[in-house]
Ligand binder design. Sequence first.
Ligand code: SF4
Length: 377
Amino acid sequence: MPMIKYLVVILEPAAASFCYYDVKPVPSSGLMPLELLRRVVDHAIRNGLHINFVHGDSPLPEEYVRLVESADHISIMPPGQNPCAGGTVLVIDDHRLEDAPALAENPCANIILRVGRDRLRQLSGMVRQLMGKFGRLNIILKDLAQFEEPELQICREQMVVIGKRVAAEYRKGNFIEISTLTDRIFLTNMNNCGAGVEHLTVAPDGRYYLCPAFYHEGPEHSLGAFGETPRLENSRLLELDYAPICRNCDAYHCKRCIYLNRKLTGEVNTPSRQQCRIAHLERDQSRQLLAALPSAIDGSEKIVPIPELDYSDPFEMLTRRDIDGGAKDRHFASLLSRPLEAVPASQLLLQIYQLDPGLLAKLKQMTPFALDLKPKK
Ligand code: SF4
């Protein structure tokens, strides 16, 4: 069983989507039963789990608010809902952007902006409209599953415009975060969604799911009833170590969405071409943004430059026949170890020893030191 750190709790079937999935239309929504919510909150408190509550448009009655506020939590909600005490993340769908002007100026707010294929060309305009109203903006390309070259090209153009705006803000000392452009700059390791590894979802039907997307796929995708041990079959496949493409990749900010993986490739641990292409496009825009800001970021000397790549999907590199296995190993090893390059070898060896003393013996076996017994002239 993986080390679950938090629960995503869907408060009503029509709760806002905050990610790549669509919410199924439901005839009448209705909140999660109060007794179920009480059990979920109780379970989270007893097990030291944080909760991300996902709200819909239904206002919460007093007893629901009290339960929500008794847990260590954040609330993910559409604009217009009464924020509960605790952190709030607003989800704005592109078709509800008309709600944005009503948002207060707030340089600390956390907003998720979901943009569809048909409004991609307006993405930079939407970001401009939201400027001053967020400290962090998470951009979700909600139709990513259908992206082809034309959509990727529009994304690239929009990112260039947004990148120039972000660079201007950074030069003024306003260090806003825009997930698709700035996250990769500050990461030195994979920081993916973590569904099924770091978090599980509890839905209004009283069942566990890997994430809300699986709830909207239907109850046959459930992991069992809340209160029982979640049935996480082949849970190792959800981990980075068992994802042969992703573990060779340094697009550290990529969502590595297991829902899209399963939908598009049939395997939770095999990323779709769309996911790899967009993650690499964003990685490259982050690279260019970083290069344009040599010293504008506080502590910039500690930021590791992002190397330029000559491929747009690691799968291309892994399957190239003109490069032998050794050259591929060297390429990926140098990409992934770049943040460690400035660490002295003695310190690295100490860390390896502290991690697993046996690894030092294996390293020595792989690196034979031949003793030359020939007499010296
Ligand atoms: S698996 Fe993660 S990234 Fe994918 S839809 Fe679910 S929450 Fe979002």
